[in-house]
Design a protein around this ligand. Structure first.
Ligand SMILES: Cc1ncc(COP(=O)(O)O)c(C=O)c1O
Length: 376
């Protein structure tokens, strides 16, 4: 197969954003975070995660997240290796008792549902689906012991409010991989709010973090003491024990933790979650405002209050090839604006995580206009 040569379009320097990274994860890392890794080059880097200096760092991460999310008394921060994907498997062993309900509205939310459906020790989950670009609502059921929500579906750019289903007795577990740190959340509305560092926390992948309510910790401890077989790597009881000692069960990537601590402390210094979420609001206003005014770009998510403020999806009109637009942007140093591959739309997907400057999102829209003007 031969592909058409890329049109030779040069975006004028004065239009370019100061930083061209708009990927939805791994996402832009602030240079100061990399400086923090450099500053730890001969102190923390290359030292044992069982000794005080690294344990203190993990302690800063856990307490920083507690402060960022204003966790109520009794809530705790757990962490382990393997990223969100590992946490889903851990949750099928250690958070779901018998039956879960999943809101499935994109690639990521469907994966946890599939993991629960495949687990031989669990009953069949209830899966409530809705079309890409929308989200379904949870339905309270007496026999559901865990409701699986997704704060931000990264594959489609749909965000949903985190809210306990009315009158529900089951735990509420929220995949907040791309929502955490960029979207507002009320911790009383969840029992497990779990995420990975490569989105709003502007770090690398490979770790999972979970904010756990006392009810979630109680469930974990009860299942850990039951006769259910659990692989040690996926045992949230072991993870919780280690987290309480500011450690992980097995060796973590230290640079990832240093990058993340710097980002959490940057957010706290700016004013906390409100500061971070406000930056995302400003970026979202620039992106969706531009698309609504454009004669060739349209926000994919129809309902304005479901449009994510951390991952924006913008459809382009027929005749303007989004893959070409992304490729031209990349050739000009603006990277990772491609849509989620399996969604199969003529679309750009733009991350607006807190590290990304709102002015850079506005500059990006002018660059897209320039490229499309030339292509036309
Ligand atoms: C909403 C959501 N859930 C889960 C994942 C998977 O995370 P990880 O790659 O850390 O396993 C992602 C990754 O993009 C995501 O966006």
């Amino acid at each position: 197969m031969t592909s058409a040569p890329l049109p030779d379009i040069r975006i004028p320097d004065e239009l370019l954003p100061a930083d061209g990274r708009f990927g939805s994860g791994p996402s832009k890392v602030r240079p100061a975070q990399v400086d923090a890794v450099s500053a730890a080059a001969t102190t923390l880097m290359g030292t044992s995660h069982r000794q005080a200096p690294v344990k203190n760092l993990v302690g800063r991460l856990r307490s920083g997240l507690g402060e960022l999310f204003q966790l109520p008394d009794g809530y705790e921060v757990a962490l382990g290796n393997g990223g969100t994907t590992a946490f889903w498997d851990a949750a099928t062993f250690c958070l779901i008792d018998q039956k879960s309900q999943h809101l499935s509205f994109g690639e990521f939310s469907s994966k946890f549902a599939a993991a629960a459906a495949a687990a031989p020790h669990l009953g069949d989950p209830e899966v409530i689906e809705s079309a890409p670009g929308t989200h379904p609502e949870a339905a309270t059921r007496a026999d559901v012991d865990l409701y699986a929500l997704t704060h931000n579906e990264t594959s489609t750019g749909v965000a949903m409010e985190v809210r306990r289903p009315e009158g529900a007795s089951g735990l509420v577990a929220v995949d907040a991989t791309s929502g955490a740190g960029g979207l507002r959340v009320d911790p009383t509305q969840f029992d497990a709010y779990y995420f990975a560092p490569q989105k709003s926390f502007a770090s690398d992948g490979g770790l999972w973090l979970a904010l756990l309510s006392p009810a979630a910790a109680e469930r974990i401890e009860r299942l850990a003491g039951s006769d259910r077989w659990v692989p040690a790597f996926l045992d949230l009881g072991i993870a919780l024990d280690n987290s309480r000692k500011d450690q992980t069960y097995n060796t973590p990537a230290l640079a990832t933790i240093i990058l993340m601590v710097d980002q959490v402390e940057w957010m706290l210094a700016g004013g906390g979650l409100e500061f971070a979420a406000s930056r995302c609001d400003r970026s979202a206003e620039a992106l969706y405002g531009w698309a609504e005014a454009s004669d060739y770009a349209t926000p994919f998510v129809a309902k304005p209050d479901e449009r994510s403020h951390v991952v924006g999806t913008i459809d382009l009109a027929e005749g303007i090839d989004a893959i070409t637009v992304s490729a031209v942007l990349r050739a000009n140093g603006i990277v990772d604006t491609d849509s989620y591959r399996k969604l199969g739309r003529n679309q750009l997907r733009i991350a607006m995580f807190p590290a990304i400057e709102p002015d850079d999102v506005a500059a990006l829209t002018r660059c897209i206009d320039h490229v499309v003007g030339q292509l036309r």
